[in-house]
Ligand binder design. Structure first.
Ligand SMILES: [Zn+2]
Length: 233
């Protein structure tokens, strides 16, 4: 019971952190997996003030709701990612401005900055613009994500995954940073994507636990300083 309570608190904190970071607005959700259960914010809750009581629980294996709180309508996105990638412990779906612009263009996000190299390769685009509300629609998203740790949803938004919640939050920030930098660089002329060897070399330096912890601490403190966590810790 204590574990479940703690994970509801963690999920509420991560949701607020991403809202304060400007990556979530009235939409967006991050989930944390514990065995066959995922914790995720209630579909109607404010992402800025969601409380542990408004964190829903859903079973991964069959999508069964286990809480009074109602999971978001696109929880199928999270379940598809967890089923396809057993090593994943946290998933976020959101509609960040710049990454979604690449999704609108239907263009994979090429690593052309250090933030982009974090992902180890281009971020693919899933072509179906529908809301992903069923397992039938979720499965092809996971298939298109394949070995990547993120996928763009055409005309819609993005999905990122992580080995834990801090990694997932870091990936969410880097996804948007990578898209913003590529977009700005495109105003100056052609973007120079990293070569596979450059991606590998930069990723070796960047995709570390140290960088994940530093990024998480920055975003957590940003939310704390803004007063957005006062009632949670
Ligand atoms: Zn969505």
């Amino acid at each position: 019971m204590k574990v479940a309570t703690d994970l509801r608190v963690e999920t509420a904190i991560a949701t607020r952190v991403l809202a304060v970071a400007g990556l979530f607005d009235m939409h967006g959700h991050i989930s944390i997996r514990d065995g066959d259960v995922v914790h995720i914010c209630d579909r109607g809750a404010s992402r800025l003030t969601v409380t542990p009581e408004l964190i829903a629980a859903v079973r991964v294996s069959d999508g069964q709701r286990l809480s009074e709180a109602l999971p978001p309508s696109e929880t199928a996105l999270h379940l598809a990612a967890y089923r396809a990638k057993p090593e994943v412990r946290s998933v976020a779906h959101f509609h960040p401005l710049y990454a979604t612009a690449f999704a609108v263009a239907g263009r994979p996000l090429e690593p052309a900055s250090n933030a982009g190299a974090f992902f180890g390769g281009p971020i693919p685009v899933h072509d179906n613009p529908e809301l992903i509300r069923t397992d039938e629609l979720g499965l092809p998203v996971a298939r298109d994500m394949a070995a990547a740790s993120a996928v763009l949803l055409r005309g819609h938004g993005a999905l990122v995954v992580g080995g834990d919640v801090r990694e997932c939050v870091t990936a969410a920030l880097y996804l948007e940073e990578s898209a913003q930098r590529n977009h700005l660089a495109a105003q100056l002329g052609a973007v120079r994507p990293y070569t596979p060897d450059e991606i590998r070399r930069v990723r070796e330096m960047l995709a570390s636990r140290f960088v994940v912890e530093k990024t998480w601490t920055y975003l957590l403190e940003k939310a704390r300083v803004a007063g957005a966590l006062a009632d949670l810790r």
